[in-house]
Design a protein around this ligand. Structure first.
Ligand code: SF4
Ligand code: SF4
Length: 449
């Protein structure tokens, strides 16, 4: 059952009599009771697909939440089943009863993070992950050393030795995921619309996207400008949106990030706020809920969230005006979970890609099953994440497509790394890069590098 330890089963939050949840936003009983135990969600749940265990299915996890609400203590076993959920929200899409598993798992996770004393090693790992990933400036400092690690041949030597996965699986996972580091791109505070201005949009530059995929941000800004948007970036003022924190139960931290981002764009005069990373977009759309208890921000957060659009969503709303040039390519499009399941955005990116002359779109098997990236899940659970990644990569490689396209940096890294392990080279790109190449009449080789 993957790398999730199941050996300690005793109660851990307080004494044996202490119930799992306190009064600070426990999972809501009415939402728990919406589950009629039909099991329709089971085949779409990646952990159930991997391990076939009821408690690692959405239905099983909801049952554990119910036990907690009924006064059962928070055991290490309960925590491990909660931790092993990828938060992919495939179960929300699959559920015919409309169970809000997204709300349930978020409330449960913040209870776990506040009340469950994790073992020291796990605490240290999580501490390191959350001291690094939500901080674009800290991530950027890694660019030089990572490039040197590759260029010096050290990476190849470490891989040949085969020691890293055995000695330090988390480091091995990070090593496998690390993308090729391209040239740093400095974005200006504002980019004017080309031609008639149709909207003024803010744009999230993000953390991993900004540090390791600056070319995706640059392409996004160019596409927006070409489609008649004034793009407000304010790269010096914006930081993390809080998605990683909120998805991992660190609600107080997520609220701090959310307030800072709302403040950064206060008075910028934007009509919409555009996001090119699926996980960030789904969290930004929930700002109203995240800050609902904060009298100073509740209203502003709800208004901000109402203006958030995924890039593909905004471009579909505006309709294309920039001419597209041919790109003779076959493309496999991967639905990032937080775009398809959490935001219901499936048609818009496909329509945009089909609008490129010469581009052929190919679908692949089991699109609803997560690739195993899921924020930092692949860092915290490298072994099962690797299995999910390889499952996805096999399906993508079977299409014979020239290029894998998706809208989330985590998926790009995860599937490309899995394809490399399987011995298949897979060129990957963000939807924005394909549109940008078509609008600027770039050769397809730009995308296949
Ligand atoms: S969010 Fe994903 S991993 Fe978690 S229970 Fe639902 S389908 Fe399973
Ligand atoms: S599909 Fe919905 S109602 Fe059925 S078991 Fe899953 S969560 Fe419960």
């Amino acid at each position: 059952m993957g790398d999730v330890p199941r050996d300690v089963l005793g109660p851990v939050a307080g004494g044996p009599a202490e119930p799992a949840f306190d009064g600070d936003h426990p999972p809501r009983r009415d939402l728990v009771d919406d589950c009629v135990h039909c099991g329709f969600c089971l085949p779409t749940c990646p952990t159930y697909v991997l391990w076939g265990e009821e408690m690692d299915s959405p239905r099983g996890r909801i049952h554990l939440m119910k036990q907690g609400l009924d006064g059962e203590p928070m055991t290490a076993s309960m925590v491990s089943h909660v931790d092993s959920c990828l938060g992919c929200m495939a179960c929300v899409t699959a559920c015919p009863s409309g169970v809000r598993y997204d709300r349930l798992i978020e409330d449960t996770r913040q209870q776990v993070e506040r009340r469950h004393p994790r073992p020291r090693r796990e605490r240290a790992l999580r501490g390191a992950v959350f001291s690094l990933f939500p901080y674009p400036r800290r991530l950027r400092l890694l660019r030089g050393p990572l490039r040197a690690y590759r260029a010096s041949g050290l990476r190849a030597a470490v891989r040949r030795s085969g020691l890293l996965p055995r000695l330090a699986p988390t480091l091995a996972a990070l090593d496998a995921l690390a993308p090729r580091i391209g040239h740093a791109t400095r974005l200006p505070a504002r980019i004017p619309a080309q031609g008639r201005r149709r909207a003024t949009v803010g744009m999230l530059t993000g953390c991993v996207q900004r540090a390791f995929f600056p070319e995706v941000n640059a392409a996004t800004a160019r596409v927006l400008a070409a489609e008649g948007c004034d793009v407000v970036l304010l790269p010096r003022r914006q930081g993390c949106c809080g998605a990683l924190s909120v998805h991992n139960g660190r609600r107080a931290e997520a609220r701090r990030f959310a307030r800072a981002l709302i403040d950064a764009f206060d008075g910028a005069g934007i009509d919409r706020f555009v996001v090119n990373a699926a996980g960030c977009g789904s969290s930004l759309k929930e700002y109203g809920d995240l800050l609902r208890d904060d009298p100073a921000y509740a209203e502003r957060a709800a208004a901000f969230a109402g203006g958030v659009r995924d890039l593909s969503e905004l471009l579909a709303e505006l309709g294309p005006v920039a001419p597209r040039h041919p790109l003779p390519l076959t493309v496999a499009y991967h639905d990032a979970c937080h775009l398809a399941h959490a935001q219901g955005i499936r048609a818009q990116p496909r329509e945009l890609l089909r609008g490129v002359p010469g581009l052929e779109l190919r679908e692949f098997a089991d699109p609803e099953i997560c690739c195993g990236s899921a924020g930092v899940w692949n860092v915290l659970h490298p072994e099962p994440a690797g299995q999910l990644g390889e499952r996805k990569a096999r399906h993508v490689l079977a299409t014979g497509a020239d290029l894998l396209v998706t809208a989330n940096p985590g998926c790009l890294m995860q599937i490309a790394a899995a394809a490399r392990r399987l011995g298949g080279a897979l060129a990957v790109a963000h939807t924005a890069q394909v549109l940008d190449a078509s609008i600027r009449a770039r050769p397809v080789t730009d995308l296949l590098r």
